[in-house]
Design a protein. Structure first.
Length: 574
């Protein structure tokens, strides 16, 4: 997503987008991650400044993040106060310092917590019931001056972009059901069934190489232990994603090995329970999403994968509480819901300048728009701005993808900071719009084939076809597997009698090669009649996309020295 667009979205209020050097945009030839740079430099915008000195008072109320939900409730009932702290940023890579934590408190305005939408508590069967966790109460103070209708609209649009991923995360929580329970599929995605992947981005563009597993974790009362069997040489991963959709880390064949093993996923500010025989995995939030992927090939290999999946186990060490934030339609109420979600999941320290600006319209942990004392006109323009931004986000996301594809030989390539966004809020929102969570490039790189070599959108119109040609020895360099999957213009798999939705290196017996070792993948609405090619059906007369997935990509993919060849049009008037 172009850094320039992100800067434009956050212009006019003193809230800058991430530095362009830290957030390569659509013009990047590939996800060229600078692995030699200090880990804490990625995504940390140094030029952000608070724009409202009048609202820069320190937060004096609130329950400390280190408190358990029960303690938070007790403190709220007794009127106790503490400090609203930020999370440690990607614990394993860059821990927040005390100065970072103080920065958030000092940048946020004081405001009353009254009127903030309160989460509704529910508990898993057989676990202790815990009362609803209130938004962090804060001391009342004199509200800042009305920023005016134009500035209020700008800030409201920015607040929607900032908070949209957080609200989509809440939607997934509600879709999953019981927390600390692992749900696993034993079939691939196909056009006829609607299981787990509907919780992740509405079911768009699922892969058909791995079986999915999904769990919403509540670590507030203790670690949750994930146990896996000996996976042999099979690729698998459990991606741990926080409420702001940053990837905290992975448990899997690339990072922790092939098992057998047990992993105690532990909130850094929660109960530190030593689980015998388990490796401790620290994460920055009490609420985390664990998304598992287990590679499976042909029919026989699928049965072997299913046998392993049935041995996965997820065991909580403490009781659970499952706060639910109601998700209203876009408008002023949506901003209040964002604030309520932030109260449960305190924002990262690097977001402090952004939050200082958004607080002018009453958006922030434990705040409400009503407390900002906006004029009627400012309230109306803010409400309208949220609605317009909600309508424009999918359009803007699509435009940025096509710009990237135009600049990169027809392929929309991911920026290096995907999955670890820093202050690139527009990129983060765009990814959430497409599918909520994204792998970091070290784990997997997804390139979206949207345009042909002629720079026209891919289409099944007419009698022509397209071909993706990998020359001998030039197929995607990966440590796990690669695949190419076709989707229609709505991001759905294309129905076909053969039930062939992808070409994958994970199925070598089905992967057709030319005598010279090259690979041709033909995209056509009808069988091209070429026995030496791999045919993927595309919708007749409709647009389509081809996604190239590369799991555990080689360094040449990460630094952009290997690029996918263009998709060539054949028998076309173009």
């Amino acid at each position: 997503m172009a850094a320039g667009v992100g800067a434009a979205m956050f212009a006019g209020s003193g809230v800058a987008a991430a530095d362009e050097a830290d957030a390569p945009g659509a013009s990047s030839a590939g996800p060229a991650r600078n692995s030699s740079a200090p880990a804490n430099s990625r995504g940390r915008a140094t030029g952000l400044k608070a724009t409202a000195p009048k609202v820069a008072a320190a937060v004096r109320g609130g329950v400390a993040r280190s408190a358990s939900p029960a303690a938070a409730v007790a403190a709220a009932e007794q009127g106790q106060t503490g400090t609203v702290l930020s999370r440690p940023i990607r614990v394993a890579k860059r821990a927040a310092t005390p100065a970072d934590r103080t920065a958030v408190a000092s940048a946020l305005p004081a405001a009353s917590g009254a009127g903030t939408p309160q989460p509704v508590a529910s508990s898993a069967p057989g676990t202790p019931s815990v009362a609803a966790v209130p938004a962090a109460p804060v001391a009342s103070a004199v509200a800042a001056a009305d920023p005016g209708p134009i500035q209020s609209a700008i800030l409201a649009a920015q607040a929607y972009i900032y908070g949209y991923p957080l609200m989509e995360y809440q939607r997934v929580r509600q879709t999953v059901g019981t927390v600390n329970t692992l749900y696993s599929l034993t079939s691939f995605a196909n056009p006829d069934v609607d299981p787990i992947w509907l919780a992740i981005g509405g079911g768009k563009r699922p892969n058909v190489d791995t079986f999915y597993s999904l769990a919403e974790l509540d670590l507030s009362n203790g670690p949750v232990v994930l146990s896996i069997p000996d996976m042999g040489d099979r690729y698998f991963s459990f991606q741990l994603t926080d409420p702001y959709t940053n990837v905290s880390g992975y448990i899997g064949s690339r990072t922790t090995g092939s098992g057998p093993g047990s992993y105690a996923i532990t909130w850094t500010d929660g109960p530190q329970v030593e689980v015998p025989g388990a490796q401790t995995i620290l994460v920055p939030y009490a609420s985390m999403l664990a998304l598992g992927r287990t590679l499976a090939g042909d029919e026989a290999d699928q049965q072997a994968a299913i046998a392993l999946i049935k041995q996965y186990a997820l065991d909580p060490t403490g009781g659970t509480v499952s706060p639910v934030i109601p998700i209203p339609e876009p408008g002023i109420g949506y901003l209040d819901a964002i604030s309520a979600a932030m109260a449960l999941n305190p924002p990262p320290a690097i977001d402090a300048p952004t939050l200082a600006a958004l607080a002018q319209i009453g958006v922030g942990p434990g705040m409400t728009v009503a407390e900002a004392n906006l004029s009627l006109l400012s309230t109306i323009t803010a409400d309208l701005a949220v609605r317009v931004t909600a309508a424009l986000l999918p359009v803007l996301t699509t435009i940025n993808q096509y710009v990237s594809a135009f600049q990169n030989g027809g392929w929309a390539t991911p920026p290096a900071n995907i999955g670890d966004y820093g202050t690139d809020y527009l990129l983060r929102a765009g990814v959430a719009e497409v599918g909520l969570v994204a792998n970091t490039p070290e784990e997997a790189v997804y390139s979206a084939g949207l345009l042909g070599a002629n720079r026209f959108p891919l289409s099944g119109f007419g009698t022509g076809s397209y071909v993706l040609h990998f020359a001998p020895g030039e197929e995607p360099p990966v440590g796990a597997f690669w695949s190419v999957t076709v989707y229609n213009s709505q991001g759905r798999l294309v129905p076909n009698a053969q039930k062939q939705y992808a070409v994958s290196s994970s199925r070598p017996d089905e992967l057709i090669r030319r005598p010279d070792g090259s690979i041709d993948i033909v995209f056509a609405p009808r069988d091209p009649g070429d026995p030496g090619a791999n045919w993927l059906k595309v919708p007749a007369g409709g647009g389509f996309s081809a996604y190239l997935r590369m799991y555990v990509p080689d360094q040449s993919v990460l630094d952009g020295t290997w690029v996918a060849p263009p998709i060539e049009r054949r028998w076309s008037i173009f």
